[in-house]
Write a protein that binds this ligand. Structure first.
Ligand code: UD1
Length: 363
């Protein structure tokens, strides 16, 4: 059976890597990596393929950046062209980026069954482009692979049938566990003159945070406050860098020695850095889960999360623009008074890729 596995943007690569890492155990399945090219900078794409041991893409669609509609339309046109020439038997899409929804749509219309990995997550906030992608993708997928309990209920509420839903765990955590040993000896924080447990790690890229000057300014002010308590290492997404530059906020940040900026980090460098951080401050979906799996305090600069298990586990707090709450959390983290002991999350055990491919072999 030929399976197209779609990856396009940074958070997709670690997810699909969990499938390619175990493909040899399933000789009846032929996995083809299709790279849409939604992310194209070496720091956002190339380095991930290399570090994660992914094969060269069977097909690169080279779509690049554009408005949402144009990007989705362009991915659809180019992927449809590929699919009609070299038809897969099945298509696996991951996460919630534009590439996910676009390729799922192409296959659904071509009557190629689609499996959505990370199905059922809902922020219930339709101003997020990712939420639209999640709803569209789940609506047209016939296999819904879920990471957590809440996702099952969301899918049932939307009318999906129990037989379509498979609780398999989290592919991103497979890759995290697999790569942790490789990342350890790197001690990348040393290159930045940081000590283990002696800094916070920050990522920021959501349009709701970085496209609005007032919101971004408030975040920057609180980062400056944080840096007085604890050095902050900020891995800057291209979208965020552009907006920090154009708003003049980059100059403000550069005045603070304990607010350290780096280009987007590779997977291993990022893992080395956040697994040794005292706290993670982020608006990313993946980091909320990765910090939960490693039991690292995480402060999420958003009003909602589609990953409620991270809150239930006590590692993650939604800040909801409440900067008193934020500062309190930072203080509790510094006083070692933030985390509580919880059971591990069901199926977040490093074996999710195996479970998914096992289900597909039975088709
Ligand atoms: C995308 C995903 C988001 C994911 C994020 C992780 C969607 C709707 N959004 O957001 O879910 O969490 O990736 O990074 O799919 N850019 C570069 N180089 C690149 C890629 C992008 O410079 O390699 C710039 C482009 O100018 C672009 C901007 O960053 O305009 C945003 O890129 P885009 O792919 O549209 O969305 P992200 O914000 O990265």
């Amino acid at each position: 059976m030929i399976i197209d596995v779609i990856a396009g943007a940074r958070p997709n690569f670690m997810k699909v890597a969990a499938l390619f890492a175990v493909q040899n155990e399933f000789p009846s399945l032929k996995l083809r990596l299709i790279h849409t090219g939604q992310h194209y900078d070496a720091s956002m794409s190339g380095i991930f393929l290399e570090q994660l041991g992914l094969p060269q893409p069977t097909r690169h669609l080279n779509v690049g950046s554009a408005s949402h509609a144009t990007q989705i339309a362009e991915i659809m046109k180019r992927y449809e062209n590929w699919v009609t020439q070299d038809r897969p038997d099945f298509c696996l899409v991951v996460g919630d980026v534009n590439s996910t929804a676009a390729c799922a749509l192409v296959c659904a219309k071509e009557r190629i069954p689609v499996g959505h990995i990370e199905a059922g997550l809902r922020s219930f906030d339709r101003t997020m482009p990712e939420e639209i992608n999640r709803i569209v993708t789940d609506g047209i997928s016939s296999f819904l692979f879920v990471t957590e309990e809440a996702a099952i209920q969301n899918l049932l509420n939307e009318g999906h049938k129990t037989e379509e839903i498979h609780q398999v765990g989290n592919v991103m955590i497979d890759t995290l566990f697999r790569m942790l040993e490789k990342a350890k000896p790197l001690e990348y924080y040393k290159q930045l003159n940081l000590k283990p447990q002696g800094y916070a790690f920050l990522t920021l890229h959501r349009p709701s945070n970085v496209d609005n000057h007032k919101v971004l300014e408030e975040i920057v002010e609180n980062l400056i406050w944080t840096a007085q308590e604890l050095p902050v290492l900020f891995s800057v997404h291209p979208r965020t860098r552009k907006n920090l530059e154009s708003s003049g906020l980059l100059r403000k940040i550069n005045n603070h020695k304990r607010l350290i900026l780096t280009e987007p980090l590779g997977y291993l460098e990022s893992l080395s850095v956040f697994s040794n951080a005292k706290a993670v401050i982020t608006d990313s979906g993946g980091l909320q889960e990765e910090t939960t799996a490693l039991k690292i305090p995480c402060l999420t600069l958003r009003n909602n999360t589609e990953r409620p298990v991270t809150i239930e586990q006590g590692t993650n707090t939604l800040i909801k623009e409440d900067w008193n709450l934020y500062q309190n959390c930072i203080k509790r983290i510094l006083e070692q008074n933030y985390l509580t002991d919880r059971e591990n999350i069901p199926f977040w055990d490093g074996r999710t890729g195996l479970r998914i491919l096992n289900i597909l072999t039975k088709l």
